[in-house]
Design a protein around this ligand. Structure first.
Ligand code: GDD
Ligand code: MN
Length: 362
């Protein structure tokens, strides 16, 4: 049985059509199903409109007191669900309900634990989204990949609010999300083996208004911080930073030995010192950050690591040489270069660096 939760807050103009189209799609698909509307005390009659369809469609309505957030609405809905497959979709028709049948079909065909409707895999997209929302969405997606680098690898749209998950994959997991992003909680806390994606077009909102505001953005950051803590990622970042700091010492001392004591040309000495630090960081992270897991093959992993670190390293080299050229003391110039390099690695490169040690290096 498939149980689909539809969280609603002030969606009186679209909830009935959402339910009708979802039911039609799932009837056509053929499996038994239930639709669970979780409404947070909407004052526009959303819950009543959903309840009025209870005789026609397999619909239940859960009413919560106060506006308590999208993601917890989904958790509360799932807690009352009877299906072995759980799902979620928006109630404002931005998620075309017909896609539910495609998700169910893909889950059946691939035996995946999680099937996500994605805007960013081939064939997907979002209609008439302003550029700033696209940029914000890309930044939010990158941030999520920085917090859950391995669990989100291979997932093109971790912000998606339309997916199916097998109940057994999240059985026993304590889901305590804040804000909008229930999928992050599911991949962060659940035991998801196989993932499958289905493309879809995120429609323009025709009725009602979006509830994604400043408060939800702040909640998103809090949610990520909590996931960083509960998944152990925070500890890994701290270890990674510690390795990076000792790597900075390696870089500076090597530069001092080669350029000052041995008298090498500065360009060569700076390049060699940076390279030495990269190799030090690579093995330092393997030993300390990733607790020697997995063991080898090192050549390909190191080659990939060098490639990822190359832009930051080039910046480091350029800054060291040019700042020294304009009168900085050598080690001061190198320290600025190293800081810029580290910043690039921390902000942009974590997802790709983590994947080097991930299980699926191809
Ligand atoms: N019960 C409840 N409580 N429902 C809520 C709440 C709440 O506090 N806040 C929002 N909802 C419901 C809305 O009524 C709607 O059905 C759904 O959650 C999504 O809310 P929207 O406000 O329409 O979200 P959006 O379109 O801006 O954002 C959507 O962006 C993603 C793509 O980036 C998300 O909702 C995702 O589901 C979607 O995939
Ligand atoms: Mn919406």
């Amino acid at each position: 049985m498939i149980s689909i939760v539809i969280p609603t807050y002030r969606e009186s103009e679209s909830v009935q059509q959402t339910l009708r189209r979802a039911a039609a799609a799932l009837w056509k698909y053929g499996d038994e199903f239930e639709l669970i509307v979780v409404d947070d005390e909407s004052d526009d009659g959303t819950a009543e409109k959903a309840e009025s369809l209870q005789n026609e469609l397999p619909v239940r309505v859960l009413r919560r007191k106060g506006k308590r957030g999208l993601a917890t609405a989904v958790v509360d809905g799932w807690a009352t669900a009877r299906g072995d497959i759980l799902g979620v979709m928006d109630g404002d028709l931005q998620h075309p309900p017909e896609v539910l049948a495609e998700l169910a079909d893909a889950m059946q065909r691939t035996q995946a634990d999680l099937v996500v409707a994605s805007r960013y895999c081939r064939g997907g997209g979002s209609l008439r989204w302003p550029w700033w929302r696209r940029v914000a969405s890309a930044a939010a997606t990158h941030l999520a990949a920085t917090v859950l680098p391995l669990r989100l690898s291979g997932m093109t749209d971790p912000m998606s609010g339309m997916f199916l998950v097998r109940a057994r994959a999240i059985e026993g997991a304590e889901l305590t999300p804040i804000g909008f992003r229930i999928l992050l909680e599911v991949v962060g806390k659940g035991k998801i083996g196989k993932l499958c994606e289905v493309p879809y077009l995120f429609e323009k909102r025709e009725q009602g208004r979006s509830k994604l505001g400043a408060r939800e953005c702040a909640e998103y950051l809090m949610h990520l911080a909590r996931l960083a803590w509960s998944t152990g990622q925070l500890r890994k970042w701290m270890r990674y930073t510690l390795v990076g700091l000792t790597g900075a010492v390696v870089n500076l001392s090597a530069l001092d030995v080669m350029a000052v004591k041995a008298g090498w040309p500065l360009a060569a000495a700076a390049a060699a010192a940076i390279e030495l630090a990269i190799v030090y960081n690579f093995f330092g992270n393997w030993l300390f950050t990733f607790s020697r897991c997995p063991a080898g093959p090192f050549a390909r992993r190191l080659a990939r690591y060098e490639l990822i670190c190359a832009p930051g390293a080039a910046l480091n080299w350029l800054l060291t040489l040019s700042l020294f050229g304009v009168g900085f003391p050598l080690l001061g110039a190198a320290a600025v270069g190293i800081a810029a390099d580290g910043l690039v690695n921390l902000t942009l490169n974590i997802p790709s660096i983590w994947k080097i040690w991930g299980p699926d290096l191809h």
